[in-house]
Write a protein that binds this ligand. Structure first.
Ligand SMILES: Cc1ncc(COP(=O)(O)O)c(C=O)c1O
Length: 400
């Protein structure tokens, strides 16, 4: 009898975390690698947030908090939803977890039975399908085609819904494409969802604040108030406040759902770190002026990377509306050969070649459910991105 549970055969390690590990190993072995695989802002956490954490420690806020999060944090989250999204959530409709990732996980564990389906637009964030599988659900993918800006169309969503659909899992701006749905595009999807009252909506808004060119973010329950009663709105501190390591995410929705998610959390992690919760209050209630400053820098980097990639032989890169990723096509590389005669059969071969030949680490589209593409995270310095894109251009030019 194996020590491992059969459920382990349904899931794999996160490919993006695996790449981060591989880059660390190569560096430890003395190999210089440019890592463009990690999904985190390179900016430091703002000082006022760090100060709030230090003050919390000094005040002795180092003990257990309520499972769903401190009252102060849930009040700050409630105010955020009102201020930024015109949504009313009382504190018993809000739960705080150890990152948005745990909030998503709690929701899956609290709601999915074997065979329940979750409709997920592809390309998707790597963790969605495996979280669904861990909870014994079945992911159902809908491809967002490049010609539609990697966004799915209402009729494509409609065709994926069955009597077994429990959730529609939505993410805009998207990891990995950076695509963001306009209000009108989102309305097209919510009109479909209105017609299927058994389907609930989990919206992952974690990149809400990382948007460019004056794009206006909107979220499901705000665009279609009729869906408020069956929408779980998820967000967090990681991306907006450069707080990935602090592990604070939150979700808001019907009290009965939130209560069930809190029960899952009470039997696993109990609650997010008390100190991180105090820091997140400062993030939500403090000055927000660094957000547009960060976005202006991200936008410059996005434009640099898109233009350099579009100048590489055989690559094509769309300009995304948000997040800090691009998702270029490497269709023009498939079927070519590397200088040592190895065939490039798919995007996994192509990213392997970039790593071996030019020491640039990016993630294959196969990990996100749409090939032949690859994902670059451009949350890095301009100098590093210029060097990396130059190396990618050189690698492309060397293929025959
Ligand atoms: C789409 C998406 N959702 C959720 C998360 C989870 O972020 P965290 O757990 O740091 O809040 C990430 C992180 O990369 C993400 O890209």
């Amino acid at each position: 009898m194996s020590i491992l549970a059969t459920r382990m055969s349904r899931i794999k390690p996160s490919p993006t975390n695996a790449l981060t590990g591989k880059v660390a190993e190569m560096r430890a072995a003395g190999i210089e690698v440019i890592g463009l695989g990690a999904g985190e802002p390179d900016f430091d956490t703002p000082d006022h947030i760090k100060a709030a954490a230090k003050a919390a420690i000094d005040r002795g806020e180092t003990k257990y908090t309520p499972v769903p999060g401190t009252i102060a944090l849930r009040k700050a989250i409630s105010a955020k939803f009102k201020r930024e999204n015109r949504l009313d959530y009382s504190i018993d409709q809000i739960t705080v977890g150890t990152g948005g990732k745990q909030v998503l996980y709690n929701a899956m564990m609290a709601t999915l039975d074997a065979g329940d389906q979750v409709v997920i637009p592809a390309p998707y964030w790597v963790s969605y399908p495996d979280m669904v599988r861990l909870a014994e659900g079945t992911p159902v993918f809908v491809a967002g085609r490049e010609e539609n800006g990697f966004k799915i169309l209402p009729e494509e969503l409609e065709a994926a819904i069955t009597p077994k659909t429990k959730w529609f899992l939505f993410n805009s701006p998207s990891n990995p494409t950076g695509a963001a749905y306009t209000r009108a595009e989102l309305k097209g999807l919510t009109d479909v969802l209105k017609r299927h009252p058994h389907v609930w909506i989990m919206t992952d808004d974690i990149y809400e604040h990382v948007i460019y060119d004056g794009f206006e973010f909107s979220t499901v329950a705000e665009v279609e108030p009729a869906l408020y009663e069956r929408t779980l709105t998820i967000n967090g501190a990681s991306k907006a406040y450069s707080m990935t390591g602090w592990r604070i995410g939150y979700g808001a929705g019907p009290a009965q759902l939130i209560k069930a998610m809190n029960i899952v959390q009470s039997q696993s992690t109990t609650h997010a770190s008390s100190i991180s919760q105090a820091a997140a209050v400062a993030g939500l209630e403090g000055p927000q002026d660094f957000i547009p400053r960060h976005n202006a820098l991200f936008q410059e980097r996005r434009d640099l990377v898109v233009s350099m990639l579009n100048r590489a032989d055989g690559l094509g890169c769309r300009t995304p509306e948000g997040a800090f990723y691009v998702y270029p096509s490497c269709a023009g590389m498939i079927g070519k050969q590397t200088p040592d005669g190895t065939a490039i059969a798919d995007d996994t071969d192509f990213v392997g070649y970039l790593l071996d030949a030019e020491r640039v680490a990016v993630v294959q589209g196969a990990a996100f459910g749409l090939s032949p593409y690859f994902r670059i995270s451009y949350a890095e310095s301009t100098e590093l991105l210029t060097e990396a894109c130059g190396r990618i251009q050189r690698a492309c030019a060397a293929l025959r």
